[in-house]
Design a protein around this ligand. Structure first.
Ligand code: ZN
Ligand code: ZN
Length: 108
């Protein structure tokens, strides 16, 4: 229920993406300021901006995607703290790629 989600969020605000309000998926950190987001959230955001959405630091003069890094440590924490999230995400991807086999990444 939404009550349960609210409680988990109150306990773990550090694992919530400020752009989508959900748990980090493919947690990605800006090298300049160490703020973190879901990969898809920050990549989409940086299509129209070169500045961090939280602290407004300039990420890169021309190519902000060069200065973001996958944060595996943070993502592991999210999966540990949120039971079932990993399974949900893997199931979601399997369903997506079974409908769109042409977009399946080689490393899955
Ligand atoms: Zn997000
Ligand atoms: Zn920042």
């Amino acid at each position: 229920s939404s009550m349960t989600i609210m409680k988990v969020r109150d306990l773990h605000p550090q694992i919530i993406c400020p752009l989508c309000g959900g748990y980090f998926i493919d947690a990605t950190t800006i090298v300049e300021c160490l703020h973190s987001f879901c990969r898809s959230c920050i990549v989409r955001y940086l299509e129209t901006s070169k500045y961090c959405p939280i602290c407004d630091v300039q990420i890169h003069k021309t190519k902000p995607l060069l200065n973001i890094r996958p944060d595996k440590t943070l993502q592991d924490i999210v999966f540990k703290l949120v039971p079932g999230l990993f399974e949900d995400e893997m199931r979601r991807r399997r369903e997506f790629y079974s409908k769109h086999p042409e977009s399946e990444p080689a490393d899955l």
